[in-house]
Design a protein around this ligand. Structure first.
Ligand SMILES: [Zn+2]
Ligand SMILES: [Zn+2]
Length: 372
């Protein structure tokens, strides 16, 4: 996941004013009103707002700096020694399932949020360079139709929860090394709703959701690389009984291309060139990911020399500009000479004063035996 600082484009040492300024600028740029119908801009806007929610608040920012996102709740990240400076309140919550040691008061809450899901997406180099829409199939949980995600058989009523008496919370008393402790936590029977269903839905057995494979369209941004992860907010599993939907994380894997080798934002192409072309110079037509480009090879070019075709590489993600295509010339030695070509090359070698193997085919059998 991208760092909140990276999302706002500020350093970890940025002042409050710098963070605020960066946020305002980005928020204006990616605001949904300014980008109607642009899902990518909307996702960016959410990310930006989320980052500012953390970094714009000095206390939350300090926690994030120390513990990362774990420090901000949700996963109940362990914060060092629970007997430390936190005081007794922290001990209660850390030990007794308050869940989020940094969250607000843990009153009755709604149904649990659905699971975050992960999936892998394999794309080829062209799709990574140019971006575009891809499909992923995900096994996920969707709302149950007959009960409209309530988990109750249609027409069935609800009753006050017997376990918590309708408060949605249960008190627990436990013995600990510090003595008897009382804590309140969400009622497990009614999940904090305070009421239970009289007759559960036969289709979902009261879950309010069912497992199904769903196809989603993923907007792959131009320039992604293997190891990138895209988050699709709200595309995870729906929570039980109408709970909020989790997110879907799509891990990108870019398959190797048979012609182009990727090196960050540059692409490398090994281009064979004839021996005479390299010596005399030539105009080559070079395959790129778009239209072919002409490359002027000067006379006397050595094998291995690289030429740069600017702007034919991989686009910078979330930014302007594009890498280059590096063309590495490989001089191909002819191995299929006709008699005429053979004779001409011999003449050429003689003029150059280069000693070559005699035309007598017996020579090669002698060479072979010499290497045995
Ligand atoms: Zn209850
Ligand atoms: Zn149902």
């Amino acid at each position: 996941m991208a760092e909140h600082y990276d999302i706002l484009g500020v350093s970890r040492q940025a002042t409050e004013a710098e963070i605020k300024k960066a946020y305002r600028k980005l928020a204006r740029e990616f605001h949904p009103d300014a980008n109607p119908g642009d899902a990518e801009a909307e996702a960016r806007f959410k990310e930006i707002a989320n980052a500012y929610e953390v970094l714009g608040d000095s206390e939350r920012r300090a926690r994030y700096d120390r513990f990362g996102d774990d420090g901000l709740g949700g996963s109940g990240g362990q914060q060092g020694n629970p007997f430390g400076a936190g005081g007794l309140g922290d001990i209660f919550e850390t030990f007794f399932g308050g869940g989020n040691p940094f969250g607000g008061p843990s009153g009755p809450s709604g149904p649990p949020r659905g699971e975050d899901l992960e999936t892998a997406l394999n794309i080829d180099l062209r799709d990574a360079v140019f971006g575009g829409e891809q499909m992923v199939n995900v096994r996920t949980a969707i709302a149950c139709d007959p009960c409209e995600a309530t988990g109750a058989e249609p027409g069935s009523g609800t009753s006050r929860c017997g376990e918590c008496g309708g408060s949605g919370q249960v008190q627990r008393v436990r013995q600990s090394i510090l003595g008897q402790m009382v804590s309140a936590s969400q009622c497990p029977t009614c999940s904090g709703r305070g009421e239970t269903i009289d007759h559960v839905c036969k289709v979902c057995k009261g879950e309010g959701r069912k497992i199904e494979t769903v196809s989603y369209t993923v907007d792959v941004p131009a320039g992604v690389d293997s190891g990138s992860t895209l988050r699709l907010t709200g595309r995870g599993a729906v929570g039980p009984r109408g709970g909020a939907t989790g997110d879907l994380y799509v891990h990108i894997n870019v398959e190797e291309d048979e012609n182009f080798l990727r090196d960050g934002h540059d692409l490398l192409l090994r281009q064979p060139i004839g021996f005479a072309q390299a010596a005399l110079g030539a105009e080559l037509l070079i395959e790129t990911l778009e239209d072919p480009e002409t490359l002027l090879v000067p006379a006397g070019t050595h094998s291995g020399r690289r030429f740069r075709l600017r702007g034919h590489g991989v686009p910078m993600i979330n930014g302007r500009g594009r890498g280059d295509l590096l063309v590495e010339l490989v001089v191909a030695t002819p191995s299929d000479l006709t008699d005429e070509q053979d004779a001409l090359l011999r003449q050429f070698a003689e003029l150059r004063g280069e000693e070559v193997a005699p035309a007598d085919p017996g020579f090669f059998s002698k060479v072979k035996s010499a290497f045995k």
